[in-house]
Design a binder for this molecule. Structure first.
Ligand code: ADP
Ligand code: MG
Length: 242
């Protein structure tokens, strides 16, 4: 078993009367790909937002490489090696693709020339180098997803949080995305990926955790989780009629 990179303990997050995360605990080992699945509204993006530092937990702790980062600012976490993509793609539309990626690279290389070089290398890695000089607004939506990935990778993360990066892709594009996630892991990056569509994550992940209505309801291999009656009920909504 590899060393733990990230540990989430007893995390809760309330939005008014709604408990979006309810006592969630999970650990991620170095080099692992962890799948985080669950129906819409399960609390997956909320959990990502707390790991990345965009929102604070109502209670619970988060440690990264054994440092307590529960109260750390997003920038500090990014510097420590946590990067994320957003479910809704965010890019600086009027800036060129390479300049968008430089925004990430400048975290590690304050020298603009070096940052630009690093950005170009990442663009090659995500197979977007031919689009380096066009304004981001001109990218197709699958290209925009790869731009998001490139910007996150340019910060040289140890842990990459992918929030539904395959959503809306055609099967061919999704296969390309799966291949890219494999190469990201091979490069030494630990990955937590949220996907709503199980078929996409299952072949990729080492382990899966399932959230439903803010609670962690199952955890295990892809096969264990897909055969778990609690998970089947959550996906098919049986529990809601019980
Ligand atoms: N900023 C917010 N304010 C109020 N409610 C929120 C906010 N963010 C998320 N929620 C609610 O928390 C629940 C979990 O949302 P989310 O984490 O986005 O789920 P998922 O990503 O699994 O679809 C949902 O009911 C959602 O409406
Ligand atoms: Mg979400």
């Amino acid at each position: 078993m590899s060393a733990t990179l990230l540990e989430v303990r007893g995390i809760c997050r309330d939005f008014g009367a709604l408990r979006a995360n309810d006592n969630v605990s999970l650990g991620v080992g170095k080099g692992e790909i962890l799948g985080l699945i669950g129906p819409n509204g399960a609390g997956k993006s909320t959990l990502f937002n707390m790991i990345a530092g965009a929102i604070a937990p109502s209670s619970g702790t988060i440690t990264f490489e054994e440092h307590d980062i529960t109260g750390a600012a997003p920038e500090a976490r990014c510097r420590m090696g946590i990067a994320r993509t957003f479910q809704v793609v965010r890019s600086f539309d009027s800036m060129s693709v390479v300049d968008n990626v430089m925004v990430g690279a400048l975290l590690r290389d304050t020298n603009p020339r070096a940052a630009r070089q690093a950005a170009c290398e990442v663009l090659e890695f995500v197979e977007l180098e031919s689009r380096a000089e066009v304004p981001a607004v001109e990218l197709t939506s699958p290209e925009k997803r790869r731009l998001e990935l490139a910007r996150a990778l340019a910060t040289r993360p140890k842990l990459l949080l992918l929030d539904e990066v395959m959503a809306g892709l055609t099967p061919t594009e999704a296969r390309r995305g799966v291949e890219l996630v494999r190469r990201i892991r091979q490069s030494g990056v630990t990955v937590i990926m949220v996907e709503h569509v199980m078929e996409i994550v299952m072949p990729l992940v080492d382990r899966v955790v399932v959230l439903d209505l803010g609670r962690l309801i199952a955890s295990g291999s892809a096969a264990e989780v897909t055969n778990d009656p609690k998970v089947i009920a959550a996906y098919f909504g049986e529990r809601r009629h019980a």
